[in-house]
Design a protein around this ligand. Structure first.
Ligand code: ATR
Length: 271
């Protein structure tokens, strides 16, 4: 039987952590497969996906700048269509289907890494950021049953997103202190804190009952997570989100339980 080929479509994809993370899974389970990166010209996305299908590629992840445009090329599932972005293409059926494991991955990160007492089903969640990451996380939390408050620097974008997400409300960042006072979960879905010692959330708005997750994974310990740990909150770093979106993609493509520890080790050894 031919080797399975998986990959990542993006531009640029040079420093992606997905190849070592997925190849660690193939090694661990003795799967004859490779995970490679592809950087098609942005105008050639449709040709790239159709070409991958013709070549017998098993699965592709999709990243910037293709996540939105991929929706029109594959058959998206309901969640990917609502989020408006595809990060995983599955070629194992009759035609390529599109999925979004950023949402499920964020939920799984929260479920697996938070205190066992956290129940997302009736949680009050605050998502900071209304860009691509914020959209996926807000839909994921709402689908899990949480009540979602979305706070964004540009308040109108928070309102627009909240109009689409069930049981969500949009706010500006100045509302964070009040929103967090009775919240169970806080997720940073902005780029604030990436390669800088900055946080989008005032430290005095944090408290010990919160589970705080950061989508930023460089550095692993962001200022937000440090502030959260200081007040006794449970913290979930951005590498968990990255890990579980990969885990969910692997499981969709192969139908097997992912070797999570091996994937996690491959990822963290590179961060
Ligand atoms: P991604 O796909 O990673 O979510 P994005 O779509 O560009 O990236 O969204 C970036 C998010 O970070 C937005 O919510 C953005 O807020 P605006 O909508 O107001 O632009 C937020 N963001 C970026 N820099 C920020 C900053 N310095 N302070 C607060 N929010 C910031």
């Amino acid at each position: 039987m031919a080797m399975d080929v998986f990959g990542l479509l993006g531009n640029p994809v040079g420093h992606s952590l997905s190849p070592p993370m997925h190849e660690a899974a193939y090694d661990e389970l003795d799967i004859d497969a490779r995970y490679v990166t592809f950087e098609p010209d942005p105008d050639d996305l449709e040709d790239a996906i159709e070409g991958a299908a013709a070549l017998g590629v098993t699965g592709l992840n999709v990243t910037i700048p293709f996540k939105q445009d991929a929706l029109a090329v594959v058959e998206p599932d309901d969640l990917a269509a609502r989020i408006g972005a595809v990060n995983t293409i599955d070629f194992t059926g009759d035609h390529p289907t599109g999925h979004n494991t950023d949402a499920g991955g964020a939920l799984r990160a929260l479920r697996e890494q938070s205190d066992a007492t956290l129940s997302l089903e009736d949680a009050r969640a605050v998502v900071v950021g209304a860009g691509g990451a914020g959209r996926a996380i807000a839909f994921g939390l709402a689908d899990a049953g949480a009540t979602v408050d979305i706070a964004n620097r540009t308040e109108s974008k928070a309102h627009d997103l909240a109009d689409e997400v069930p049981d969500a409300t949009g706010y500006g960042l100045e509302n964070l202190e009040e929103l967090l006072s009775d919240a169970d979960v806080l997720v940073n879905a902005t780029s604030v804190g990436m390669e800088e010692d900055a946080t989008p959330v005032p430290a005095n708005a944090l408290h010990g009952e919160l589970t705080v997750m950061d989508a930023v994974y460089r550095p692993l310990e962001t200022r937000l997570l440090r502030d959260a740990a200081d007040v006794g909150a449970t913290t979930v770093d951005g590498a968990w989100m990255l890990l579980y979106q990969g885990v969910e993609a692997f499981e969709r493509w192969t139908g097997w339980d992912a070797p999570v520890d091996a994937m996690n080790e491959a990822l963290r050894s590179r961060l």
